[in-house]
Write a protein that binds this ligand. Sequence first.
Ligand SMILES: *Cc1c(COP(=O)(O)O)cnc(C)c1O
Length: 425
Amino acid sequence: MLIDHLNRQLLEHRAQSLQRQRRTAESPCAPHQRVSRDGQPARELLAFCSNDYLGLANHPALIAALAEGAQRYGAGSGASHLINGHSQAHAALEDELAAWMAPSIPNAAALTFCTGYMANLALLTTLGDAGTTIFSDKLNHASLIDGALLARGALQRYPHGNLDILERLLTRCTTPLKLIVTDAVFSMDGDLADLPALLALAERFDAWLIVDDAHGFGVLGPQGRGSLAHFGLSSERLICMGTLGKAAGVGGAFVAAHPVIIDWLAQTARPYVYTTATPPALAHALCESLRLISGPEGDERRARLQQLIGQLRTGLAALIAAHPALGWQLVDSHTAIQPLIVGSNAAAMALAAALDAQDLWVPAIRPPTVPTGMARLRITLSAAHSQSAVQRLLDALAQTAARLSGAGTGAETGAEAATIAGAVA
Ligand SMILES: *Cc1c(COP(=O)(O)O)cnc(C)c1O
């Protein structure tokens, strides 16, 4: 029966070290977070795992704007946007986002969604109907993959960043509509897509370029306007999805594009039409968030973030040079996502456990999220981190690296790793 079947599957999952455990936070999203797990007493951890890149999630001005929005519009929206859930706050946010994106997408209009996941499903299912081919980078986010699978059009996936293969696929494609889809900043590697070259291909082959800017919005480009602004691109062929729960610190997402595309999405996209609008207070708070991001405080926070990124990369590079036998690798990322690739699942788990023992919270990312043999720590930085916090992480990694190197051969290193994992698990 179902329960037995699922229990067997859960056991198998666990046997492969794939089980995930939630931690329950007792304090706001911030570098120092009080969390508990499995009924154990709460601990204060120094976290390097949130996507709150500018440290706005717990910003007093956003909390105040959320409260003000709730006073003005109440707690819930009451219905979908097309019934009576669309408020003045949503409309104001859409206007601001459209203006925000106008330098990259001339005459852009914008539509807000409850989540980025839903926005991507909406985009790909609505635009990618029969007669369409979707060209998708193999490392694109799960929501883009799911959207492409749900769409009725054809799907062609190209190897990560391989524009030669993409060009060959485009040359052979005969469908009237072609959509090239890419993360702007890849979520597990932190590297940037070559958006100028992708846009050039789109222009050459009369295709559209859909850019998921979940990790660039607020962080990259002048005033944090995102990856398209970072590259100084401008084209009506661009369709941009941005999330509002990462650097923007609140929640939700938007699509910016040609007004006719936006109108069609609002009329027909099922993840837009058949869902309750987000509470208007969130949209109200997000208008404040856009002001913070694009103002002097945003500039200051982005500068601090860049400084921390430099500090971390310098420290990690030195660590890797000191312990070449460990085979650790840095990724060519200059964003807030800084993976440390360690190889095997066991090594990644052991390293995360060793950090956990020192009250540091850095998630280990394993296949299938990343390719086999490329398990890693996914370190994310926030402007809210201090230099001493980054130093504490580097010191803990150096200590662990020294211990693992001291263990001698690879086999012994594995045994040591297993011991560390066992001690903490
Ligand atoms: C987080 C993320 C999403 C989904 O956004 P949510 O608002 O969290 O649903 C989509 N794409 C990428 C690349 C992401 O990192």
